[in-house]
Design a protein around this ligand. Structure first.
Ligand code: SF4
Ligand code: SF4
Length: 156
């Protein structure tokens, strides 16, 4: 385990030297369009807690229902339009061309596990050595139906 930890530390230290298809350049989120992250009940509840709303409300507003054989997957995240190739409803920063996840801390398991290794969609106009400060998190249009628990200000 120590050897694995050392390799990870080394990779982090030299993150800026890595090729584009091994580490995501800050501001890239090409995969947040076209890709439809599946969500479980736990994912939906996490998003509901993030906004301080009920599960049912989060499900209705942000999820396209889709059943799975084992019942684990309850749907996938909505896009900003009916077009499945459009961007995720929670993606922010589009106007600047430097994107970030508007619910970073509450993003679904599918997004957390997404690996940039071998990614062909990387935005090569972005550089690894440029700092990027993400803006405000996604703001729901509806008022919270119960107290907020937490908010995020991080990028993908
Ligand atoms: S939830 Fe966040 S990380 Fe996942 S697809 Fe949407 S914007 Fe991207
Ligand atoms: S996985 Fe690929 S498309 Fe997604 S943010 Fe990383 S480099 Fe960009």
């Amino acid at each position: 385990m120590k050897a694995v930890a050392a390799v990870i530390q080394l990779a982090r230290k030299h993150l800026r030297d890595l090729p584009d298809n091994v580490a995501c350049p800050p501001g890239c989120a090409e995969c947040c369009s076209g890709y439809e992250p599946f969500v479980s009940r736990t994912d939906v509840q996490r998003i509901a807690d993030f906004f301080g709303i009920r599960y049912e409300e989060a499900f209705k507003n942000y999820v396209i229902p889709r059943s799975s054989a084992d019942g684990f997957v309850v749907g996938h995240l909505r896009k900003i339009s009916e077009d499945s190739a459009d961007q995720c409803i929670f993606l922010k920063g589009t106007a600047s061309g430097r994107h970030y996840c508007g619910i970073y801390e509450a993003r679904p398991h599918d997004c957390r596990e997404f690996s940039p290794i071998g990614c062909d969609d990387v935005d090569t106009s972005l550089r690894h050595d440029r700092k990027f400060a993400p803006g405000s998190p996604f703001s729901p249009k509806h008022p919270p139906s119960r107290p907020k628990t937490r908010r995020a200000r991080r990028h993908r």
